[in-house]
Design a protein around this ligand. Structure first.
Ligand code: NI
Length: 183
């Protein structure tokens, strides 16, 4: 069975017009995104995938061996296809740059997702995303980690620069649900 066939046999539940928390992991947890060039490529690919499968990014964090995204996926977009497209296009760009013809497998198969249920759940995942570099031991404070949307939320007044996210509780999430352009 080809991988295409296998993939088409995997039925995924997806909810139309929802905010998703998504996790994608590199193959064998290789630290692909510790490399600046790879990280830039990931950002570029995310933008081009968004043209194919529109979504709005609420929050993101790119760790060396995985990424977490909090994104609004409109009714017209199938999140499963969106994520496949992200992984596939990244791999293609990687091969193109290195002039590789052979099969390359950079990602752990599939992805993990969670549909955000309500504003409290949104807040919980937003904080999870931004606290993640601390959780994984890369930095002492969320603000010390560049590859996340944390700084954007500091600008919005959601966090203060030195905040320990555990202390973030009372916020009006509605103010926060304005998406922005990931950089
Ligand atoms: Ni993580």
């Amino acid at each position: 069975m080809s991988s295409q066939e296998i993939r088409s046999r995997i039925r995924r539940w997806y909810v139309a017009n929802a905010i998703y928390f998504v996790t994608v992991v590199t193959r064998d947890r290789q630290p692909i995104f510790a490399d600046r060039t790879n990280l830039l490529r990931l950002r570029t690919v995310l933008h081009s995938v968004r043209d194919l499968y529109p979504f709005q990014m609420h929050a993101y964090v790119f760790l060396p061996n995985h990424l977490h995204l909090l994104m609004h996926v409109p009714q017209s977009t199938n999140i499963s296809k969106l994520m496949q497209s992200l992984q596939w296009n990244y791999t293609m760009a990687h091969k193109r740059e290195r002039g590789l013809a052979e099969k390359v497998s950079l990602w752990q198969r599939g992805y993990w997702d969670h549909v955000v249920r309500d504003t409290l759940d949104f807040e919980r995942h937003l904080n999870y995303v931004h606290y993640n570099p601390v959780k994984h031991g890369y930095v002492a404070r969320p603000g010390d980690y560049a590859n996340s949307s944390f700084a954007e939320y500091v600008k919005r007044g959601w966090y203060d620069e030195v905040s320990d996210i555990d202390g973030v509780a009372e916020h009006r999430v509605s103010e926060c649900i304005a998406p922005y352009e990931p950089r």
